[in-house]
Design a binder for this molecule. Structure first.
Ligand SMILES: Nc1nc(=O)c2c([nH]1)NC[C@@H]1CN(c3ccc(C(=O)N[C@@H](CCC(=O)O)C(=O)O)cc3)C=[N+]21
Length: 290
Protein backbone atom coordinates (compact mmCIF):
# COMPACT_ATOMS: atom_id res chain seq x y z
CA UNK A 1 0.00 0.00 0.00
CA UNK A 2 1.47 3.39 -0.92
CA UNK A 3 2.38 5.87 1.80
CA UNK A 4 -0.19 8.13 3.44
CA UNK A 5 0.40 11.66 2.17
CA UNK A 6 0.87 14.42 4.73
CA UNK A 7 -0.90 17.34 3.05
CA UNK A 8 0.71 20.63 4.06
CA UNK A 9 -1.83 22.71 2.18
CA UNK A 10 -4.77 21.12 3.95
CA UNK A 11 -3.18 21.34 7.40
CA UNK A 12 -2.24 24.96 6.66
CA UNK A 13 -5.84 25.84 5.93
CA UNK A 14 -6.95 24.33 9.26
CA UNK A 15 -4.22 26.18 11.17
CA UNK A 16 -4.97 29.44 9.35
CA UNK A 17 -8.60 29.24 10.49
CA UNK A 18 -7.35 28.99 14.09
CA UNK A 19 -5.08 31.99 13.49
CA UNK A 20 -8.01 34.10 12.24
CA UNK A 21 -9.71 33.54 15.60
CA UNK A 22 -6.58 34.50 17.53
CA UNK A 23 -6.24 37.62 15.36
CA UNK A 24 -9.83 38.59 16.17
CA UNK A 25 -9.09 38.22 19.88
CA UNK A 26 -6.10 40.59 19.79
CA UNK A 27 -8.19 42.91 17.61
CA UNK A 28 -10.67 43.11 20.50
CA UNK A 29 -7.85 44.77 22.47
CA UNK A 30 -7.16 47.22 19.66
CA UNK A 31 -4.20 45.28 18.25
CA UNK A 32 -3.51 44.16 14.70
CA UNK A 33 -0.54 41.82 14.14
CA UNK A 34 1.93 43.35 11.69
CA UNK A 35 4.79 41.78 9.73
CA UNK A 36 7.46 43.47 7.63
CA UNK A 37 9.24 41.42 4.99
CA UNK A 38 12.53 42.97 3.94
CA UNK A 39 13.99 41.93 0.58
CA UNK A 40 17.38 43.15 -0.62
CA UNK A 41 17.83 42.84 -4.40
CA UNK A 42 15.55 41.13 -6.89
CA UNK A 43 16.47 37.44 -6.92
CA UNK A 44 13.50 35.88 -8.80
CA UNK A 45 13.01 32.94 -6.39
CA UNK A 46 13.17 35.26 -3.37
CA UNK A 47 10.71 37.64 -4.99
CA UNK A 48 8.18 34.82 -5.44
CA UNK A 49 8.57 33.64 -1.82
CA UNK A 50 8.21 37.17 -0.49
CA UNK A 51 5.05 37.72 -2.54
CA UNK A 52 3.61 34.45 -1.18
CA UNK A 53 4.32 35.57 2.39
CA UNK A 54 2.58 38.92 1.84
CA UNK A 55 -0.40 37.16 0.24
CA UNK A 56 -0.63 34.75 3.20
CA UNK A 57 -0.71 37.71 5.61
CA UNK A 58 -3.61 39.24 3.70
CA UNK A 59 -5.38 35.89 3.69
CA UNK A 60 -5.54 35.70 7.52
CA UNK A 61 -5.74 39.43 8.36
CA UNK A 62 -2.17 40.26 9.33
CA UNK A 63 -1.05 43.76 8.39
CA UNK A 64 2.01 43.45 6.16
CA UNK A 65 4.66 45.76 4.78
CA UNK A 66 6.98 44.87 1.93
CA UNK A 67 10.27 46.73 2.23
CA UNK A 68 12.29 46.39 -0.96
CA UNK A 69 15.90 47.62 -0.97
CA UNK A 70 18.15 47.68 -4.05
CA UNK A 71 20.81 44.96 -4.38
CA UNK A 72 23.42 47.67 -3.86
CA UNK A 73 22.03 48.77 -0.47
CA UNK A 74 24.73 49.22 2.14
CA UNK A 75 24.78 47.38 5.45
CA UNK A 76 24.23 50.67 7.21
CA UNK A 77 21.07 51.37 5.18
CA UNK A 78 19.69 47.92 5.93
CA UNK A 79 20.48 48.22 9.65
CA UNK A 80 18.73 51.62 9.72
CA UNK A 81 15.62 50.11 8.13
CA UNK A 82 15.61 47.28 10.70
CA UNK A 83 16.04 49.76 13.55
CA UNK A 84 13.05 51.78 12.31
CA UNK A 85 10.87 48.64 12.43
CA UNK A 86 12.26 47.65 15.83
CA UNK A 87 10.85 50.99 17.06
CA UNK A 88 7.55 50.74 15.12
CA UNK A 89 4.64 49.63 17.35
CA UNK A 90 2.49 48.65 14.34
CA UNK A 91 5.01 45.89 13.51
CA UNK A 92 5.47 42.79 15.72
CA UNK A 93 7.41 40.63 13.25
CA UNK A 94 10.49 41.42 11.16
CA UNK A 95 11.73 39.03 8.47
CA UNK A 96 14.82 39.66 6.37
CA UNK A 97 14.63 37.36 3.36
CA UNK A 98 17.71 35.14 2.99
CA UNK A 99 20.09 34.73 1.26
CA UNK A 100 21.37 38.31 1.36
CA UNK A 101 23.72 39.71 -1.29
CA UNK A 102 27.32 38.70 -0.49
CA UNK A 103 28.47 42.18 0.62
CA UNK A 104 26.04 42.05 3.58
CA UNK A 105 26.86 40.16 6.78
CA UNK A 106 23.73 38.07 7.41
CA UNK A 107 24.77 37.28 10.98
CA UNK A 108 25.09 40.96 11.89
CA UNK A 109 21.82 41.80 10.13
CA UNK A 110 19.86 39.10 11.99
CA UNK A 111 21.30 40.21 15.33
CA UNK A 112 20.04 43.74 14.64
CA UNK A 113 16.41 42.52 14.73
CA UNK A 114 14.78 43.02 18.14
CA UNK A 115 14.57 39.53 19.69
CA UNK A 116 10.85 39.94 20.48
CA UNK A 117 10.18 40.56 16.75
CA UNK A 118 12.37 37.71 15.42
CA UNK A 119 9.54 35.67 13.88
CA UNK A 120 12.03 33.66 11.77
CA UNK A 121 13.62 32.36 14.99
CA UNK A 122 17.15 32.98 13.65
CA UNK A 123 18.35 35.50 16.27
CA UNK A 124 20.89 34.18 18.79
CA UNK A 125 18.33 34.79 21.56
CA UNK A 126 15.82 32.58 19.77
CA UNK A 127 18.44 29.89 19.09
CA UNK A 128 19.64 29.90 22.69
CA UNK A 129 16.09 29.78 24.01
CA UNK A 130 15.29 26.85 21.72
CA UNK A 131 18.36 24.85 22.72
CA UNK A 132 17.77 25.38 26.43
CA UNK A 133 14.16 24.25 26.12
CA UNK A 134 12.19 27.49 26.47
CA UNK A 135 11.51 28.46 22.86
CA UNK A 136 10.83 32.13 22.13
CA UNK A 137 10.21 31.65 18.39
CA UNK A 138 10.73 28.30 16.67
CA UNK A 139 12.22 28.50 13.16
CA UNK A 140 9.27 28.23 10.76
CA UNK A 141 10.24 25.19 8.69
CA UNK A 142 11.09 22.82 11.57
CA UNK A 143 8.08 24.14 13.52
CA UNK A 144 5.87 23.32 10.53
CA UNK A 145 7.30 19.80 10.34
CA UNK A 146 6.51 19.25 14.04
CA UNK A 147 2.90 20.35 13.38
CA UNK A 148 2.66 17.85 10.51
CA UNK A 149 3.92 15.00 12.72
CA UNK A 150 1.54 16.07 15.50
CA UNK A 151 -1.46 16.26 13.15
CA UNK A 152 -0.90 12.63 12.12
CA UNK A 153 -0.24 11.54 15.73
CA UNK A 154 3.17 10.17 14.83
CA UNK A 155 4.82 8.94 18.03
CA UNK A 156 8.09 10.74 18.75
CA UNK A 157 9.11 9.48 22.21
CA UNK A 158 11.75 6.85 21.74
CA UNK A 159 11.50 7.03 17.95
CA UNK A 160 14.72 7.21 15.95
CA UNK A 161 14.76 10.39 13.87
CA UNK A 162 17.46 10.92 11.26
CA UNK A 163 17.95 14.46 9.98
CA UNK A 164 19.92 14.72 6.73
CA UNK A 165 21.29 18.27 6.56
CA UNK A 166 22.70 20.41 9.35
CA UNK A 167 21.89 24.00 8.36
CA UNK A 168 21.15 26.66 10.96
CA UNK A 169 17.71 27.30 9.47
CA UNK A 170 16.46 23.73 9.09
CA UNK A 171 18.65 20.76 10.11
CA UNK A 172 19.96 21.92 13.47
CA UNK A 173 16.71 23.38 14.86
CA UNK A 174 14.79 20.38 13.46
CA UNK A 175 17.05 17.99 15.38
CA UNK A 176 16.60 20.04 18.55
CA UNK A 177 12.78 20.04 18.36
CA UNK A 178 12.72 16.29 17.73
CA UNK A 179 15.13 15.70 20.62
CA UNK A 180 12.96 17.76 22.95
CA UNK A 181 9.92 15.75 21.85
CA UNK A 182 11.67 12.61 23.07
CA UNK A 183 13.16 11.24 19.86
CA UNK A 184 16.64 9.77 19.56
CA UNK A 185 18.23 11.94 16.90
CA UNK A 186 20.99 11.35 14.37
CA UNK A 187 22.20 14.35 12.34
CA UNK A 188 23.93 13.60 9.04
CA UNK A 189 25.83 16.06 6.88
CA UNK A 190 27.62 16.11 3.54
CA UNK A 191 30.63 14.30 5.09
CA UNK A 192 28.62 11.40 6.53
CA UNK A 193 30.03 8.03 5.49
CA UNK A 194 27.51 5.49 4.24
CA UNK A 195 24.50 7.80 4.48
CA UNK A 196 22.11 4.96 3.56
CA UNK A 197 23.24 3.00 6.63
CA UNK A 198 21.95 5.84 8.81
CA UNK A 199 18.80 6.70 6.86
CA UNK A 200 17.69 3.04 6.89
CA UNK A 201 17.55 3.14 10.71
CA UNK A 202 15.11 6.04 10.69
CA UNK A 203 11.56 5.74 11.98
CA UNK A 204 11.33 9.42 10.99
CA UNK A 205 13.52 10.64 8.14
CA UNK A 206 13.92 14.36 7.51
CA UNK A 207 15.52 15.27 4.17
CA UNK A 208 16.93 18.81 4.13
CA UNK A 209 19.90 18.74 1.78
CA UNK A 210 18.88 20.61 -1.37
CA UNK A 211 19.67 17.85 -3.87
CA UNK A 212 16.88 16.67 -6.15
CA UNK A 213 15.72 13.08 -5.59
CA UNK A 214 18.76 12.14 -3.48
CA UNK A 215 16.77 10.02 -0.98
CA UNK A 216 15.87 6.86 -2.90
CA UNK A 217 13.69 3.93 -1.86
CA UNK A 218 16.66 1.73 -0.89
CA UNK A 219 17.61 4.32 1.75
CA UNK A 220 14.24 4.15 3.53
CA UNK A 221 13.05 1.69 6.18
CA UNK A 222 9.67 0.18 5.24
CA UNK A 223 6.89 2.10 6.99
CA UNK A 224 9.06 5.08 7.90
CA UNK A 225 7.73 8.65 8.08
CA UNK A 226 9.57 10.62 5.39
CA UNK A 227 9.51 14.43 5.49
CA UNK A 228 10.82 16.20 2.40
CA UNK A 229 12.08 19.70 3.18
CA UNK A 230 13.85 20.12 -0.19
CA UNK A 231 12.65 22.63 -2.76
CA UNK A 232 14.62 22.20 -5.99
CA UNK A 233 13.70 23.86 -9.26
CA UNK A 234 14.71 21.62 -12.20
CA UNK A 235 15.87 23.13 -15.52
CA UNK A 236 12.45 22.31 -17.03
CA UNK A 237 10.82 24.45 -14.31
CA UNK A 238 9.44 21.53 -12.32
CA UNK A 239 9.63 21.77 -8.53
CA UNK A 240 10.93 18.64 -6.76
CA UNK A 241 12.07 17.77 -3.27
CA UNK A 242 15.11 15.90 -1.95
CA UNK A 243 13.14 12.65 -1.93
CA UNK A 244 12.55 10.48 -4.98
CA UNK A 245 8.80 10.64 -4.44
CA UNK A 246 7.73 8.06 -7.03
CA UNK A 247 9.85 5.23 -5.60
CA UNK A 248 9.81 6.19 -1.90
CA UNK A 249 6.00 6.31 -1.82
CA UNK A 250 5.92 2.50 -2.09
CA UNK A 251 8.24 2.04 0.91
CA UNK A 252 7.39 4.84 3.34
CA UNK A 253 4.42 4.76 5.72
CA UNK A 254 3.93 8.53 5.50
CA UNK A 255 5.35 10.98 2.99
CA UNK A 256 5.14 14.72 2.36
CA UNK A 257 4.74 15.94 -1.24
CA UNK A 258 6.63 18.77 -2.95
CA UNK A 259 4.99 21.13 -3.69
CA UNK A 260 2.13 21.17 -1.17
CA UNK A 261 4.02 19.77 1.80
CA UNK A 262 6.52 21.53 4.03
CA UNK A 263 6.56 24.78 1.93
CA UNK A 264 3.04 25.96 2.75
CA UNK A 265 3.57 24.95 6.40
CA UNK A 266 6.67 27.17 6.59
CA UNK A 267 4.57 30.17 5.65
CA UNK A 268 1.78 29.18 8.04
CA UNK A 269 4.24 28.99 10.94
CA UNK A 270 5.58 32.43 10.02
CA UNK A 271 2.02 33.70 10.39
CA UNK A 272 1.71 31.78 13.68
CA UNK A 273 4.90 33.34 15.07
CA UNK A 274 3.68 36.80 14.04
CA UNK A 275 0.36 36.30 15.84
CA UNK A 276 2.26 34.95 18.85
CA UNK A 277 4.45 38.08 18.86
CA UNK A 278 1.35 40.30 18.70
CA UNK A 279 -0.30 38.38 21.57
CA UNK A 280 2.80 38.89 23.70
CA UNK A 281 2.96 42.61 22.86
CA UNK A 282 -0.74 42.87 23.69
CA UNK A 283 -0.29 40.99 27.02
CA UNK A 284 2.69 43.19 27.94
CA UNK A 285 0.62 46.29 27.39
CA UNK A 286 -2.39 44.95 29.30
CA UNK A 287 -0.09 44.05 32.22
CA UNK A 288 1.37 47.54 32.24
CA UNK A 289 -2.14 48.98 32.53
CA UNK A 290 -2.90 46.95 35.67
N1 LIG B 1 14.36 34.88 6.33
C1 LIG B 1 13.88 33.85 5.61
N2 LIG B 1 12.87 33.09 6.10
C2 LIG B 1 12.36 32.06 5.37
O1 LIG B 1 11.42 31.36 5.83
C3 LIG B 1 12.90 31.78 4.07
C4 LIG B 1 13.95 32.62 3.61
N3 LIG B 1 14.42 33.62 4.39
N4 LIG B 1 14.51 32.40 2.41
C5 LIG B 1 14.03 31.38 1.51
C6 LIG B 1 13.37 30.23 2.24
C7 LIG B 1 12.46 29.38 1.39
N5 LIG B 1 11.15 29.50 1.98
C8 LIG B 1 10.00 28.94 1.43
C9 LIG B 1 8.75 29.07 1.99
C10 LIG B 1 7.62 28.55 1.39
C11 LIG B 1 7.69 27.87 0.20
C12 LIG B 1 6.46 27.36 -0.45
O2 LIG B 1 5.36 27.73 -0.13
N6 LIG B 1 6.58 26.47 -1.43
C13 LIG B 1 5.46 25.95 -2.20
C14 LIG B 1 5.70 26.07 -3.69
C15 LIG B 1 6.08 27.43 -4.14
C16 LIG B 1 6.51 27.45 -5.59
O3 LIG B 1 5.77 26.97 -6.44
O4 LIG B 1 7.64 27.95 -5.83
C17 LIG B 1 5.25 24.47 -1.89
O5 LIG B 1 6.23 23.80 -1.51
O6 LIG B 1 4.15 23.98 -2.11
C18 LIG B 1 8.92 27.70 -0.36
C19 LIG B 1 10.06 28.22 0.25
C20 LIG B 1 11.21 30.32 3.05
N7 LIG B 1 12.45 30.76 3.25
Amino acid sequence: MPATLIDGKLLSSVLRDELRERIERVADHGYKPGLVVILVGADPASSVYVKNKIKACEDVGIYSVFEHLPATASEEELLDVIQAYNDDDSIQGILVQLPLPAHLDAHKVIEAIAAEKDVDGFHLSSVGALVTGKPLFRPCTPYGVMKMLEAHEIPLRGAHAVVVGASNIVGKPMAMLLLQAGATVTICNSKTKDLAHHTKQADILIAAVGKPNMITSSMVKPGAVVIDVGINRLPDGKLVGDVDFNSVKYVAGYLTPVPGGVGPMTITMLLTNTVEAAERACATQLASLN
